[in-house]
Design a protein around this ligand. Sequence first.
Ligand SMILES: Nc1ncnc2c1ncn2[C@@H]1O[C@H](COP(=O)(O)OP(=O)(O)OP(=O)(O)O)[C@@H](O)[C@H]1O
Length: 610
Amino acid sequence: MRKSTSWADIVENAAPVENPISGPSGGNRAPSSRSSYVPPHLRNRGPTAEAPLPSYRGPSSGTDRFGPAGSGRGGSRFDSGRQGYGGGGRGGSGWGSRQGSWGSDREVNPFDNDDANVDAEPVVSEQENSGINFDAYEDIPVETSGENVPPPVNTFADIDLGNALDLNIRRCKYVKPTPVQRHTIPISLAGRDLMACAQTGSGKTAAFCFPIISGIMNGPFPERSRGTRTVFPLALILSPTRELSMQIHEEARKFSYQTGVRVVVAYGGAPIHQQLRELERGVDILVATPGRLVDLLERAKVSLQLIRYLALDEADRMLDMGFEPQIRKIVEQMDMPPPGQRQTMLFSATFPKEIQRLASDFLSNYIFLAVGRVGSSTDLIVQRVEHVHENDKRSHLMDLLHAQKANGVDGKQSLTLVFVETKKGADALEHWLYSNGFPATTIHGDRTQQEREQALRSFKSGNTPILVATDVAARGLDIPHVAHVVNFDLPNDIDDYVHRIGRTGRAGKTGLATAFFNDNNMSIARPLAELMQESNQEVPEWLQRYASRASYGGKSKRSGGGRFGGRDFRRDSSYSRAGGGGSSDYYGSNSSGGGYGNHGSSAYGPSAWD
Ligand SMILES: Nc1ncnc2c1ncn2[C@@H]1O[C@H](COP(=O)(O)OP(=O)(O)OP(=O)(O)O)[C@@H](O)[C@H]1O
C-alpha cells in the first residue's frame, strides 16, 4: 500500500484554521452595492475585498485564448440589476458561509449525511476511500497526442483547485485522482481543449467538473443579473439521457458545495416551469440534455453567449446520427463563442474515429488522451458469453438469477441489470420475471419520466434488485452494487456492449457480465471475440468460429484496437493525406476533412433519450 500524502498535504497547506461551516465570513454579509463584477470566490468577502472589473480572461491564467480584456463580447448589458451576493467562494476567508453566491438562498447540503462537516472527521486514509483499487492503476497505459501536453499530477494536492473544492473532494472521500483525472485535470486547468477516452467507471465526471468549477471560482467573468428573462450560464455540460444529466448535476452540486458556483439541470420529460424557476435563481453551470436545451434556447430563456466551458459527456453518442444535428445547432448556431474562445472537453469510454473527425470541428488545438483499460469494463469485469437460443433465453435468465440469489451477500440479492433491445421486450420480460417471483422493474423511453426515476430509485435502493433496461440505461449511470449485467439481447454495436457492461465493475470494483449469443448476433461476433481477447477473457471456441465466419458488417466501429479504448484519429495517415497537414499545424487544424456524412449508426432517436 502506498503511503497516502494527498490529504495530509492539503490539510497542511490549507488556509488558516477556520471552520468551513461557520467560518469568520459567516452568513451575515451585507449585499454589496457595487455594480462591478465580483467573482464567486470573492462574493462573500468583506467590503475591503475589491473585485477586479471583468476582463474576459479565460479559466486559466496561463492562456489568452479568450482574448484581451473587454474584447467585445458581452459588456455592460450584464452589469445591471445585480442582487446581493451571499456566500461561497474559495480561499482564506471567503467560503465560510453556507449561502450560495447567487443570493440569500440557503444552499442545501448535497452530501447524504454529516460529510459536509469534514473538520469533525479524521483525515481519510487510502483504505477508506470509495473503493478504487489504486494499485491496479500503477502501470496503466496512457496515450496522449497534441502539442505541449501538460504533465500529469499524482495527488489532488499537486493541483490548485481552490480550498472549497478541495474540501468537497475530501467530503466525497476521493483520496487520489484516478488516472483519467491525473492526466486531464492539468490539461484542462491549462486552458486546453481535450478529447479524452477512458474506461467506464473511471471517474470522468469529476475529471471535467473539477476544472470547470475551479475555473469559475477563479473568474473573473462578466457579471450576470438574476431574475431576468434570459440567463447566461458560463459552462454547459451536455449528456445524452435525462438520468445521466440528473446524475451529473448531483455530482457537480457536491463538488461545488459552498464554492459559490451554482449548478442547474434541465432535461426533458419534467415540467419546464420548475426548471425555469431554478434557472432564474442564477446559473453558472448548466447541465442539460440537448432537446430540452434547444427548447430553452428557442424560448430565449437561456443564452449561450457567455459560455466559456463546454463539456460533452458520452461525446461519441452525442455526435452520432441520433444527436449530431441538435448538437451542431447548439454549439454552432446559438451564439456560443467559437472554438478558441471557449474551452471544450469531450469525454467518453469509446471514440470511433469517424466521430473523432466530426468532434474535431468543435475543438481548437486539442489534446487527445486515451487512458488504458485498467479499472474498465474489460479488466475488472469478468465477461461470459453463452450460446442461448431465442426461445430459451427466459429460462436461462431465471437460472442465472436463482444462482445469484443463492450467492447473495448478507442475505441480500445483489443488483442485476438486464439489457434488452426493445421497449416492448423490456415490458414483457419485466412482467414475466415479476409473475415468476422475481422483483423486477423497467426503464425505457416509453415510460413517463416519473416512472423512469421511480424505477431507478427502486433499483438503486435494492427494493427491486432486477432492472430490465433498453440502451437508455447503457451509458454513464453510476449505480453502486450492480454485480451482474446480463445482455439478454446483445446490441449490434460493440461500443454499446462496452458501455452496457460498464454499469458493473466501476471505480476499481469487480463485476460480472453475461451475454446471450445466438445466430441473430452474427454482426457482433468478431468485435466481441476481439474485445474479450484483448481483455484476457476466456473466448469460447464456438464464438471464435462465429467470429472467423463473420465479416465486420456495417455496424462495427471498434475504436482503435490495441490496448486502448481509442486512438487519436489525427495519427492516421489517411487523415494526414486528407489535409491534416504536417506535424505542427496538424494538431491545430480544425478541419474535419469534410464529407463525413456516414458516421456512426444508432437505432435510437434523441426523443427516447432526451
Ligand atoms: N478520485 C476518486 N477516488 C475515488 N472514487 C472516485 C474518484 N473519482 C471518481 N470516483 C467514483 O468513481 C465512480 C465512477 O465515476 P464516474 O461515474 O465519473 O465514471 P465515468 O468514467 O464517467 O463512467 P462512464 O464511462 O460509465 O460514464 C463514481 O462513483 C465516483 O464517485
